[in-house]
Design a binder for this molecule. Structure first.
Ligand SMILES: Nc1ncnc2c1ncn2[C@@H]1O[C@H](COP(=O)(O)OP(=O)(O)O)[C@@H](O)[C@H]1O
Ligand code: SF4
Ligand SMILES: [Mg+2]
Length: 485
């Protein structure tokens, strides 16, 4: 896929939060299914989207297609080349300001002017802002392919009507033209004309997916959003469908947003890959580079789990500890920090991470070195202030000695395997009441997706500016490992 191809789809800061209403009267929080996703897709290109179940892949596809209303952010699609270039340039400029922690008054003014200019461009061009009538114009050029193409269709419809429907609804083709087109399409997908007069239940899974593809390409779209298109099929049938999709793409110059949780399928199909974790893009780069020189700790873990016949590679498998956190209540800082084998002290550790470990540390029956510590009545966390209060059941007799013991225990914990979270503790002090020990943690940093080298985007604090040196070393090591393989 030539790099010079023009951008067909540009997604900027896309968010989708699903409200949780725990009961009908009281609104709850929200599920952050998509939490600030940005990327570009060029004509003729396949962008793979991969990540564990629940990371937001389907929501991404459906929000781009306009089947779900975005909470915030923009989707630019099929714009004239000069407009698309302008949009991307302005959004990029704005990003530079947004990433800065402090702005001079001049910069603030420039940023506000840019925002105002962009708002105008967005209201005219972003799919998330268009009326449904205008949206229909764009819908012609993007079509979905789902895992089960018939799940939302009337089972009593003939295949002829199933394939014809988008052409009827979205084009002004005559009935004759539609029928002629259908005859071409069934041939293209390896079926024949008489199949048009059958019902969906008469077909196998693979055939149904072929019909789904014919239905999608009948109106000559430019983009297909394929959401796990072959995940329900047998491996041999999968290969046939994937090959067919490749042929169709080449012949028609289509772009694919290809969603799958199967890494092998992604590797086969995608030119570039976006790895998602909890509604965010963790890493995005060329497929070959992702599989050989991955940088994000989550990508490393994900890829290490691919079954390998090579025993050396099997040994390198990274087992991720813990469950995927809930997107309704994501962790602070880097969403991956509770499971990250390379986490640092500033990666997002907050009271909810350390409350239980601090309690264990202070319980003499779990930790004999805490035998001189008075019993604890309660631990109260304050996520907002990033502090937690350890309440003693009796006032500490010798505060100095207790604080020293507390600090010594923390230091010890910080040295063991999973102890990095203890390094986030900045200070420990007694409050005036004499029974409360306040444990203050450092304010976490939040990684953003940065281009750490040309075309390779990573969202991880290991590659942020203040640790330029570490970042270069890690990148060098990744390259060295790749070349020595
Ligand atoms: N309609 C919905 N209402 C509430 N939550 C939803 C809805 N659709 C998806 N979610 C939640 O959003 C998150 C992302 O889901 P999804 O996009 O289906 O992920 P994936 O396709 O990667 O498995 C999940 O936590 C899921 O439970
Ligand atoms: S920022 Fe990077 S190192 Fe830190 S927890 Fe996240 S992935 Fe791991
Ligand atoms: Mg899904």
């Amino acid at each position: 896929m030539p790099e010079a191809n023009k951008t067909l789809l540009y997604v900027s800061h896309l968010k989708k939060y699903f409200p949780i209403s725990s009961n009908l009267l009281k609104a709850g929080g929200s599920v952050r299914a998509l939490d600030d996703v940005s990327f570009a897709l060029r004509e003729g290109e396949t962008l793979g989207v991969v990540g564990e179940t629940g990371c937001g892949k389907t929501t991404l596809g459906r929000t781009i297609l306009g089947l779900i209303q975005a909470t915030a952010g923009d989707v630019y699609f099929n714009l004239p080349e000069d407009v698309m270039e302008k949009v991307m340039e302005k959004e990029e400029q704005l990003n530079k300001y947004l990433k800065k922690t402090t702005l001079t008054p001049d910069e603030t003014r420039e940023m506000e002017a840019l925002e105002a200019e962009l708002e105008e461009i967005r209201s005219e061009n972003s799919l998330t802002r268009l009326s449904s009538r205008k949206m229909k114009e764009y819908r012609k050029y993007m079509q979905p392919i789902f895992q089960d193409p018939f799940s939302s269709l009337d089972p009593r419809k003939l295949i002829k009507d199933v394939i014809a429907e988008p052409m009827r609804l979205l084009t002004d083709m005559s009935a004759d033209d539609i029928f002629d087109k259908e005859k071409e399409l069934v041939e293209e997908i390896g079926l024949s004309e008489d199949h048009l007069y059958r019902f969906p239940h008469e077909f196998s899974g693979g055939q149904r997916q072929r019909i789904g593809i014919a239905r999608a390409i009948g109106i000559e779209p430019k983009l297909l959003v394929l959401d796990e298109p072959t995940s329900a099929l047998d491996v041999s049938v999968q290969a046939q469908i994937l090959n067919m999709l490749k042929t169709i793409q080449k012949e028609r110059g289509l772009s694919y947003l290809f969603i799958s949780h199967h890494l092998n399928v992604i590797r086969l199909m995608a030119d570039r890959v976006a790895v998602m974790y909890l509604g965010r893009v963790a890493e995005l780069t060329d497929t070959d580079r992702l599989f050989t020189e991955m940088l994000h700790p989550y990508t490393k873990a994900l890829l290490s789990a691919i079954p390998s016949i090579d025993p050396d590679r099997r040994k390198g498998r990274i087992i991720l500890e813990g469950e995927i956190p809930s997107p309704a209540n994501p962790p602070k800082g880097c969403y991956f920090h509770p499971r990250c084998p390379e986490a640092m002290k500033n990666c997002g550790w907050s009271p909810r991470d350390i409350a239980a470990p601090v309690r264990s540390m202070l319980e003499p029956y779990r930790n004999p070195e805490a035998k001189d510590f008075p019993p604890i009545s309660e631990i109260v966390t304050d996520e907002e202030a990033n502090s937690l209060d350890v309440l003693l059941s009796t006032p500490g007799a010798n505060r100095e000695a207790l604080l020293k013991l507390f600090n010594d225990l923390i230091e010890k914990e910080a040295k063991v395997g999973a102890g990095i979270m203890f390094k986030s503790i900045e200070s420990v002090k007694f409050l005036d009441d004499g029974v409360t020990i306040r444990v203050q943690q450092i304010e976490p940093d939040v990684p953003t997706l940065k281009e750490v080298r040309k075309g390779h985007f990573v969202s991880c604090l290991l590659y942020e500016e203040p640790v330029q040196k570490a970042r270069e070393e890690v990148i060098e090591n990744a390259s060295a490992t790749a070349t020595s393989d």
